[in-house]
Write a protein that binds this ligand. Structure first.
Ligand code: SAM
Length: 271
């Protein structure tokens, strides 16, 4: 690959990775328990006060992160950088949800939302501090007065395990091979890579899926808090959890697999 192509691949890495991943994403994540995750996150979010039921789901993927709220009667707008992921979401919800293809690094203002969230390590695909601050500021611009922004990022433990291991999942007639290229002593603030290879088992003649690289950057808590402040946001809550999804403080990069942040605009707004 020449230098220009490599730069393009890096800038559009998440889009290319998820355009390829879209047909098998729900198979790969079939064991992710969103009822447990969101069921434990929502009370914690609600403890900070939610004024209404308008959700903007940034990096919505195939809809797994907004469908539970849609089913609870929320009004949902959602977007993702990958057109293929958005198409899978659209096939599930039709025009019940306003869906758009949008890059969170240049997120438009879709409206005023009581909750803007960006879940399941989508933020880790932002590879520089500048990209992170731009995305956070743009999410903040979509908040209603007193609206809440919620997102999670992977902890060091996730990069030292999942991103440093080979994981094989067979589901839905496919074998999916996740090859983490990181190391068990991955350092804070660094970029980890993994590739995802898919083999069709039934029918073996199904359209081949291109192997793509997933590249994520770890964000330590101090850096995230500084980025939130620079983006005009006030952090209300930061906690961690492991697979049991019990919110715990303080956030522990080794004990927890995910860090979760809840913020609101530092500009304030009508009370
Ligand atoms: C692990 S998936 C999570 C999807 C969904 N939120 C969920 O919980 O199932 C990460 C998503 O982030 C999206 N993404 C990564 N970088 C993005 C960007 N710059 N702008 C918008 N979406 C992005 C990917 O396309 C992918 O759908």
């Amino acid at each position: 690959m020449d230098l220009e192509a490599a730069a393009e691949e890096r800038a559009r890495g998440a889009e290319l990775a998820y355009d390829a991943f879209a047909p098998v994403y729900d198979d790969f994540t079939a064991h992710h328990n969103y009822d447990l995750w969101l069921g434990n996150l929502l009370p914690r979010i609600e403890s900070h006060g939610i004024r209404g039921r308008r959700l903007l789901d940034v990096a919505c993927g195939t809809g797994k992160s907004f469908i539970p709220l849609l089913e609870k009667g929320w009004e949902v707008t959602a977007c993702d950088v990958s057109a293929a992921m958005v198409e899978v979401a659209r096939a599930k919800v039709g025009d019940e949800v306003e869906l758009a293809v949008a890059d969170m690094r240049e997120l438009p203002v879709f409206g005023e939302f009581d909750l803007v969230w960006c879940l399941d390590d989508a933020v880790n695909y932002l590879l520089t501090r500048d990209e992170l601050e731009r995305a956070l500021a743009a999410m903040g611009m979509n908040l209603a007065p007193q609206g809440l922004l919620v997102f999670d990022v992977n902890t060091l433990t996730s990069y030292r395990t999942f991103f440093a291991e080979e994981v094989v999942i067979e589901h839905g007639g496919k074998r999916m091979i996740w090859r983490g290229q990181g190391s068990p002593d991955q350092q804070p603030g660094t970029i980890s890579e993994a590739s995802l290879e898919v083999e069709h088992l039934e029918p073996a003649s199904a359209k081949p899926i291109e192997t793509r690289v997933h590249r994520e950057r770890h964000y330590p808590e101090a850096e995230m808090l500084a980025a939130l402040e620079a983006a005009g946001l006030e952090c209300l809550d930061a906690f961690g959890h492991d697979w049991a999804v019990i919110p715990e403080q303080p956030l522990d990069e080794i004990r927890h697999t995910k860090a979760v942040y809840i913020a609101r605009s530092a500009r304030g707004g009508a009370a």
